[in-house]
Ligand binder design. Structure first.
Ligand code: SF4
Ligand SMILES: [Zn+2]
Length: 477
């Protein structure tokens, strides 16, 4: 049986991509009610909700927002707790060194964020008398690394400013609720999202409202598995109505194979198309709708930019006393100030990069040429940075106390570290991967050697047994 054809309650043509005053009121009520009942308890949220000192609130929310950029909530929780235990106030952070900050940050990735937090803390203490700025614009103006999103998040959550936020989660929710099928990354679409976010934010509870929008996107209106049946905004959602109606249309089409009957069924009470009548840059194009995707037709995917492929040789120089040589990266650029194993960038133009590596080890790091050329290949380790697919060709060289090692000027310095020191130092996840690969490889060759030794012994035993057996056999004769 085909269900009764009904008119969708949404939307009235002409206001599809905007909110009416009544919708704003309803959305605020429903979303905050849902948030109160369902939100995840997170350490920075508890501070924002209970800490009476605005400066401490702003500091905690600022740290959490910077950590959450590009990193999942589950990963951030432990880092945040460790950070707040070590530096509970902006003054504590300002009195630390960048080296200490990098150590605590190690493993979280995108290291420039740690540097900016440290710089920001110094600025608040030295230039702003220890007081955080009061609103979104001043936060953006004064704090390095704080843009429109972080400024809005910190000012609404910690300081109660009535400004909306737009991040990936909010953008997806808004695209679905308002049926926005334009390229999500286009500047005009981005601006539209911001104006919607500023319009619907609740002036009484802006921080909770913004967190509710983000929470809904993270837990209910997810990229691949929207749970519309559990969503408080279902009745206001264009994507939901459109997907239901498109399914009904398809079901009518399938039911009435006779084209005449099909026409009759669609025409008298026909389902409205949920889209603008006139040319609209924000609507999803009819030909782009895919019934199997339902609400997930929104938002339209932005074209992915291809990541860059890069290669470098990484050499683990291990002293006979077990220590390894680490060198410190430059003050700016990717992984600034972090410690790494001596690395040599390899380019496609290098025909004989094996020789280039040997030459660099000798000339730049002072490794004797016999050691440099007889280095052991460990493995290829691949690490994906945001826009770079980096392949590390990992080598190992065992050196003794006589070697006088140095490093090229592109590095800030060098030091020998024990294995334990290495894992607690300010090194990137990629370098930890490299070290583990060397460990695994070393373990494998040890096992292989042991196996070979054992096999050797057992075959010898076998042989001996055979000989003695033969001997006994001879004796018996
Ligand atoms: S109804 Fe579905 S698509 Fe619409 S906001 Fe809720 S979860 Fe997202
Ligand atoms: Zn439109």
């Amino acid at each position: 049986m085909v269900k009764n054809v009904r008119k969708a309650s949404l939307p009235v043509v002409g206001r599809l991509h905007h909110f009416t005053e009544n919708e704003v009121k309803v959305i605020r009520e429903k979303l905050l009610c849902w948030y109160d009942a369902h939100h995840r308890v997170l350490p920075w949220r508890s501070i924002a909700a209970t800490e009476p000192d605005r400066n401490k609130r702003a500091y905690a929310v600022w740290v959490s927002e910077i950590m959450l950029q590009q990193t999942q909530v589950s990963t951030v929780i432990d880092y945040f707790k460790k950070w707040m235990t070590k530096w509970p106030t902006v003054g504590d952070l300002a009195s630390s060194t960048l080296e200490e900050v990098n150590q605590v940050w190690a493993g979280l990735g995108y290291y420039s964020r740690a540097r900016r937090l440290h710089e920001g803390a110094l600025k608040v203490v030295k230039e702003l008398n220890g007081e955080f700025p009061n609103d979104r614009d001043s936060l953006i103006h004064h704090l390095p690394g704080v843009g429109r999103y972080s400024g809005s998040a910190v000012s609404s959550i910690a300081l109660g400013c009535a400004v909306g936020v737009v991040d990936g989660n909010v953008s997806r929710v808004l695209a679905r609720v308002r049926g926005i099928g334009a390229n999500i990354a286009a500047q005009s679409t981005v601006e539209h999202m911001w104006s919607l976010a500023d319009q619907i934010v609740d002036p009484e509870r802006p921080g909770d409202f913004n967190q509710a929008m983000m929470e809904l996107g993270a837990t209910v209106c997810t990229p691949k598995m929207a749970s519309c049946s559990a969503c408080p905004l279902r009745l206001q959602c264009v994507a939901y109505h459109k997907s239901v109606d498109e399914k009904e249309k398809a079901s009518i089409t399938n039911h009435f194979k006779n084209p005449e009957k099909k026409k009759q069924s669609l025409e008298p009470s026909g389902l409205p198309d949920i889209e603008c009548l006139t040319d609209c840059d924000l609507c999803l194009r009819k030909e782009d709708w895919d019934n199997s995707l339902g609400v997930q037709n929104y938002p339209r995917k932005a074209q992915k930019t291809q990541s860059r492929q890069e290669q470098s040789a990484v050499v683990i120089l291990e002293h006979t006393n077990g220590k390894v040589l680490l060198v410190q990266r430059p003050k700016t650029g990717l992984l600034a100030n972090l410690w790494e194993f001596p690395s040599i960038p390899l380019t496609e133009e290098m025909d004989h990069w094996n020789e280039v590596v040997t030459e660099c080890l000798v000339k730049e790091f002072g490794v004797p040429s016999s050691f440099a050329s007889s280095r052991t290949f460990v493995a290829d380790v691949i690490h994906i940075f945001s826009h770079i697919r980096q392949t590390y060709k990992v080598y190992k060289i065992l050196v003794d106390g006589q070697e006088k090692l140095t490093w090229p000027t592109r590095y800030q310095g060098g030091q020998w570290l024990t294995r334990e020191e290495f894992f607690t130092s300010a090194t990137s996840t990629a370098m930890k991967k490299v070290f583990r690969a060397a460990d695994t490889c070393g373990q494998k060759s040890k096992n292989k050697k042991n196996r070979m030794d054992l096999e050797g012994k057992s075959s010898e035993k076998k042989k001996q047994k055979t000989i003695s057996h033969f001997f006994k056999a001879v004796q018996r004769k």
